[in-house]
Design a protein around this ligand. Structure first.
Ligand SMILES: Nc1ncnc2c1ncn2[C@@H]1O[C@H](COP(=O)(O)OP(=O)(O)OP(=O)(O)O)[C@@H](O)[C@H]1O
Ligand SMILES: [Mg+2]
Length: 227
């Protein structure tokens, strides 16, 4: 599904140039749940942002189902970000002043799918175990609950790939487990492809495969025991 070859990223230029990725090659199959691990500064977020079309590489090839992702029109790029991809970050970034339900369906507004998005948002909140909190303001939810609402929001437009950058880093251990169990369930039941950056080695037990980055290169890439 995802094909990456010889991917390089250099931030800045001249004496301030920082190479962050130094020639990454990887393939991800549809339905895989992959963790990207490695030390701080190894290039995990940079790689995730490039795969999620939130940043562009300095050099390399990147295809999804044969489509050259580095030569998309602005319209197609925006469509991938809004409809094909879902994102979850360390900060939940739910909007206060709107209910949890409204937060979940905001990304569906303006897509011309005005029928049914509220119902779908409610179903997603049921999936993440928050249907009884949907009228609340996000500030009234715990961190773990806010992250589960953010996961529901990421899924509202039925993305094919979920990108998550340290989704449990702001959570206590119990809430982190609930979020990771949810990812595992979404992967099993919806066959959702998930690419998750994490620095927590214990998270490996939830995923099919771990890609280890070291200084901008893949140091190891293989299935986990759970596979
Ligand atoms: N906007 C930027 N400008 C310049 N250098 C950057 C920028 N973003 C990242 N870098 C550098 O690129 C390298 C990789 O950064 P990246 O954020 O991808 O690492 P990471 O593995 O996600 O680290 P962490 O675990 O701390 O989040 C680091 O050396 C970092 O300092
Ligand atoms: Mg990072």
């Amino acid at each position: 599904m995802i094909e990456v070859r010889n991917l390089h990223k250099v931030y800045g230029r001249g004496p301030a140039a920082t190479p962050a990725l130094k020639g990454i090659a990887l393939s991800v199959e549809q339905g895989e749940f992959v963790a990207i691990m490695g030390r701080s500064g190894s290039g995990k977020s940079t790689l995730l942002h490039i795969l999620g079309l939130l940043d562009s590489p300095t050099q390399g090839e990147f295809r999804i189902q044969g489509t050259d992702m580095l030569r998309l029109s602005d319209t197609d790029e925006a469509r991938y970000r809004l409809e094909e991809f879902g994102y979850v970050f360390q900060e939940f970034s739910l909007l206060p002043g709107m209910s949890v339900l409204e937060n979940v369906y905001v990304p569906a507004l303006g897509l011309g799918r005005n029928n049914g998005f509220k119902k779908r948002a409610t179903e997603l909140l049921r999936t993440v175990g928050l249907v009884d909190r949907m009228k609340h303001d996000p500030t009234e939810l715990s961190g773990g609950e806010q992250q589960r609402a953010a996961v529901a929001r990421a899924l509202i437009n039925r993305p094919k790939i979920l990108f998550a950058d340290e989704p449990t880093a702001s959570l206590d251990l119990a809430s982190a487990r609930v979020v990771l169990d949810l990812f595992r369930r979404l992967n099993n039941e919806l066959k959702l492809t998930i690419i998750m950056v994490t620095h927590e080695p214990d998270d490996a037990q939830y995923v099919d495969r771990v890609i280890w980055l070291k200084d901008g290169l893949i140091a190891d890439d293989g299935p986990t025991a759970s596979k």
